[in-house]
Ligand binder design. Structure first.
Ligand SMILES: Nc1nc2c(ncn2[C@@H]2O[C@H](COP(=O)(O)OP(=O)(O)OP(=O)(O)O)[C@@H](O)[C@H]2O)c(=O)[nH]1
Ligand SMILES: [Mg+2]
Length: 288
């Protein structure tokens, strides 16, 4: 059994920083994790990269060869390894393969991830394009692949606390997270990142464990009267999916990282197998 965190969230929400902080934390406590870069546009890392999607495809090449802008090129990069047969016709004359890697998802992932099975703990640092977890099936296919390889996977969704200045922005952050939940159908931990930048904690407190009724009345105050019904439906939706809970992440505090990691471990049942093994062992069963 392997374990994996899929770290997603809007651009600049702090995903890569979270990955490197988590790596350092685990290193300090003597725990082994491996961080995988799934961002073809990434340039530098503060963590040792265990597996790098840029070895398969890189953004600059796609922009140049296909004449795409950075966002279109990124979507292309992400879909490329996962749907190679569909895009093969577009690839005529292109020399996108940077190395002599096998030219399909299974081969590439199997090659790269086979070293990381059985009890290994992988962190996937994903790109920030919101399309990836809203309606494009790339990540979904990727997750299916991980599951087939016996990984317990959890989504770690980061939302930048700096953007959560009022209820409307909070709701839109929730909606983006919700679409990832629906799209990926995985256990989900929502994190409010960059808490060190929040000067007035009271501004954010309402959003850490918000009450549906409180959110609704704030939303109603901000929006024109014709939105009352929509507001109610939105808040009900957020309530229903019991996703109105964000865990604050303050990278200055070890305790904050430790707490988040324990929540995630819980979601993917990391460590439970070891407990089971201990519990299964009954001294009474031993023959004399
Ligand atoms: N103060 C503070 N800054 C942070 C924190 N996390 C990230 N940042 C800053 O926010 C910016 C974006 O952080 P990244 O970790 O690159 O964000 P990302 O989500 O990986 O970004 P993309 O991969 O481009 O989507 C950088 O300038 C980071 O230094 C944090 O906890 N506190
Ligand atoms: Mg990043």
């Amino acid at each position: 059994m392997g374990y994996a965190q899929l770290v997603i969230g809007p651009a600049g929400s702090g995903k890569s920083t979270y990955c490197s902080s988590l790596y350092r934390h685990c290193e300090a406590v003597g725990r082994s994790i491996h961080v995988v870069n799934l961002d073809p546009a990434a340039e530098q890392f503060d963590y040792p990269v265990a597996v790098d999607i840029r070895e398969l495809i890189c953004l600059d090449d796609v922009m140049e060869e296909l004449g795409l802008g950075p966002n279109g090129a990124l979507m292309y990069c992400m879909e490329y390894p996962f749907a190679l047969s569909n895009v093969r016709s577009n690839l005529k004359g292109l020399n996108l393969m940077i190395r002599e890697l096998e030219d399909n998802l299974d081969d590439w992932l199997t090659d790269e991830l086979d070293n990381y099975l059985d009890d290994d703990y992988l962190i996937f640092d994903c790109p920030g394009q919101i399309e990836l977890f809203s309606h494009v099936p790339v990540l979904r296919n990727f997750v299916e692949h991980l599951k087939s390889k016996n990984f317990n996977v959890c989504v770690v969704y980061l939302l930048d606390s700096q953007f959560i200045t009022d209820v409307t922005k909070f709701i839109s952050g929730c909606m983006a997270s919700l679409s990832a939940m629906i799209q990926l159908e995985l256990p989900h931990v929502n994190i409010l990142s960059k808490m060190d930048l929040v000067t007035n904690k009271r501004d954010i407190e309402d959003f850490l464990n918000p009450q549906g009724q409180v959110l609704l009345s704030e939303l109603n105050q901000r929006m024109a009267p014709q939105f009352l019904k929509l507001n109610k439906a939105l808040i009900d939706l957020v309530d229903q999916y019991s996703m109105v809970s964000f865990v604050p992440l303050d990278l200055r505090k070890e305790s904050s990282i430790r707490y988040i990691l324990s929540q995630i471990d819980n979601c993917i049942q990391y460590g439970e197998d070891a407990d089971v093994k201990v519990k299964d062992f009954d001294p009474e069963d031993i023959d004399d």
